[in-house]
Design a protein around this ligand. Sequence first.
Ligand code: DGJ
Length: 713
Amino acid sequence: MTVETPVVHLRGGGTSLVVTTSGARLPRVLHWGPDLGDLTDADLATMETTASPAIGDSAVTYPQPVPVVAQLAEGWLGRPGVVGDRSGAHWAPRFVVDDVVVERASDIQRLRVASSDDAYALTLGVELEVLASGLVRVRAEVGNRGGTPYEVRALELGLPVPPTATELCDLAGRWALERVPQRRPFDVGTWVRESRGGKPGLEHAFMMLAGEQGFANRSGRVWGVHLGWSGNHALVAERTPAGSRRLSGGELPWPGELVLEPGTSSTTPWLYGSWGEGLDDLSHRVHRWMRSRPTHPRAPRPVLLNTWEAVYFQHDLATLERLAEAGAAVGVERFVLDDGWFTGRRDDTTSLGDWTVDSTVWPDGIDALADRVRELGMDFGIWFEPEMVNLDSDLARNHPEWVFDAGHGPGMASRHQHVLDLAHPEAYRHVRDAMSEVVDRLGVAYVKWDHNRYLLDAGHTPTGRAGVREQTLAAYALMAELKERHPGLEIESCASGGGRVDLGVLQLTDRVWASDCNDPHDRLEIQRWTRLLVPPELQGTHIGARESHTTHRVHPLDFRAQVALWGHLGIETNLLEASPDELDEVRAWVAFHQAHRSLLHSGDVVHADLGDPALRLEGVVATDRSEAIFQLAVVDRPITWPPGRVAVPGLDPERRYRVRQVSPVERSGSGVLPPWTAVAEGVVLPGVVLSQVGIEATSLDPDRGVLWHLTAE
Ligand code: DGJ
C-alpha cells in the first residue's frame, strides 16, 4: 500500500525502525532499536518534529535524522551514499521520492521507496526491512535512465546509532587467528575497515559495532552492521561534527566495475543491522533469522572426518580406506577427501584447475573409496578450489587468457597460485562441468570450497579491466548452479580457513570453515566471535591433533573435543595413529555430541560476563529454556584460587533447574572439584539463583574445561 504519512513504523522481533521520507527526501531513520509498541500517526509525526535539531547560522551540515543514503545536496558532509558520474558530470545526485510503499506480513515488514533524479536521469529504489527476528536489512537499486553510461563508484547505506553508543568494536585477524575483537572510542571522524582482496579476508571487520561504554555479552545496548557480500567492501563508523553517529557499509568497486549502461540498474548487497541488550541478544536476532530460512540445513549436522591434517597430500587408497573405517568406528557420518586428489597435485605448487582424478595416485579412480565410505554408512565429500589455478597446470597452459592479468602479466603468486577469471564464460563452463562430473561420478554429497589467494590486480583478459566484482558474482552463480544441478549438495565456504565468512556466501553454503587453527585455546576465541553472526550448526569445529599443527601447543583430547563440541563437529587428525583408549574417547565425545546436537544446533548461544579473564562460561540454552549445556573453560591461570562462583546466564528465572557436571570421558589434568559436583543426581536451584548468584566453579589448570548440563524440573 502507498502510505499516507511520511513517517513509517516497522516492527518485529523486539525491534522498531522508524523512518521518515517527509519533504520527499530519501529515508532517514528516527529510531532503530527496542520496540516502541503501537504508535499513532500523530505520535510518529511528533517524533519527527522532536527529532529536528536547532539550527543556528546555516541549514547546511545538519542532516538530522540520519539518512540511509546520504546526499551531499542535503547537507551531508560525511561519506556520501551514491558516488558516481556520467563522464565526469552528474556526480552530486539529489534523489526525490516518488513513491513509498509499506508491506506488512507475519515474517517481514518492509518499506519500499522509489525516487529519481530527473536532472541526472537516475533512479534509486531503497528497501528497508524488519524481519521477524528483529534483524533489519537495507538495500538499494540504482538505475540509469539516461542515454549514456553512468559509472557508480560507491553506494554506501547506513543506519544511525544514538549518542549513547560511545564505543566501537570490529574484528581484526590473520591466518589461523581470525576474528580478534578490537575496541576504540567512537570519536568524531571516520573509522573505515576495508576488504580489498576479492573476499572478506582473514582480517575481515565482520561487523561494525557501536554500543554503550563497556558493552559486553549480556549487558550494554549495542548495534552492529554487516554487509552480506563476499567481494570488496567497506564497513564504516562515522561520527560527524554535527553529532550524527552512523554505521554503514557498501561495495568497493574498482574503476569500470559498476558501469550502468543506458536502461540498466544494479542492486547493492543487503546491509544487515542488528541490535541487542548485549552481544548475545544482538546475535540471537541474526541466528534466528538464519534458522528461519527455508534453505537452512535442518537435518542433524553429520559429524565429519576431514583428511587434511591427517594425511595432507599423501593420498593412497589403502590408508584412506583405513582412515574411513576408523572414522566410521568412532561414529563419523561424513568423510571429506581434502586437497591432493586431482591430476598432478602432489604438493601445493601445481595443478589447481586440473579437476580430474589423478591416475597415478588413483589408478582405479576414487570410486572405490567413495563406495567404501558409503558402505560404512557415511556420505562422501571432496575438496575443490574452483576459482584458482596454478600456472603449472594443463588449464593454465591451455588457457593462459583465463588467468587474471591487469596488463603486467599474471602478477604475484600466492601459495604458488593465481586466480582463474570465471567471468570468461568458457572458463566458468569448464570449471562447472569438471566439478559436476566429479560430483556425479563419485556421488559427492559435500564440497569443501576453498579460496587461498587474494584477488589483487585482477584484470580480465584481454582488456585488463578490473574483474573482482564479476568474479564474486560468478562464484555465487557457480555455487547456485551446482546446487541446482545436484539437489542436496552441501557446500562449505573455506578460504585459507575463515577468509570468506559472510552472510552473502552463507545464502549459498551450508557451513563455514572458521579457521585453519584447530588449537582449542585459540579456537575458543575464534569460534566465539564467528558466532557473533554464524549460528553454531554452520560453523565447522574439528577435533585436531594433540600437538596443534598451527601453534604447536599440546592439548589433551578432552579439551580439544570439548571445544569442538558446539559447532558442526569434525575430526581432523590421523585416527590411524590413535591408541585404542584414544579411539574410545573420541567415540564417546562423538556420541555425546550426537546425543545433544539437536539442542546445540537450535538453542540460543549465551556467553557469561565473568570478572576474571582466565575463565570462560558459555553455552546453549533451549529456546523454551527447558534445557541447557554450558562449558566452563579455563584459558589462563586465575589470579585467585579457587575461582569462586560463576553466574549462569540465559535461564528462566522462574524455573528450577537440575544442574549436573557431566562428561562423556574421565577428565585429564588436575581439576579440584567443588562439593556440589559430587552429588550424583545433581543439585536443584531456581534459575534466578543460578543467574544472579551462581555456583562454584571447578578449579582447573589452564586449557582445561568441564561441562554442565541443566534441565528444568
Ligand atoms: C586451506 C584450507 O583452509 C585447509 O583446510 C585445506 O583445505 C588446505 N587449504 C588444502 O590445500
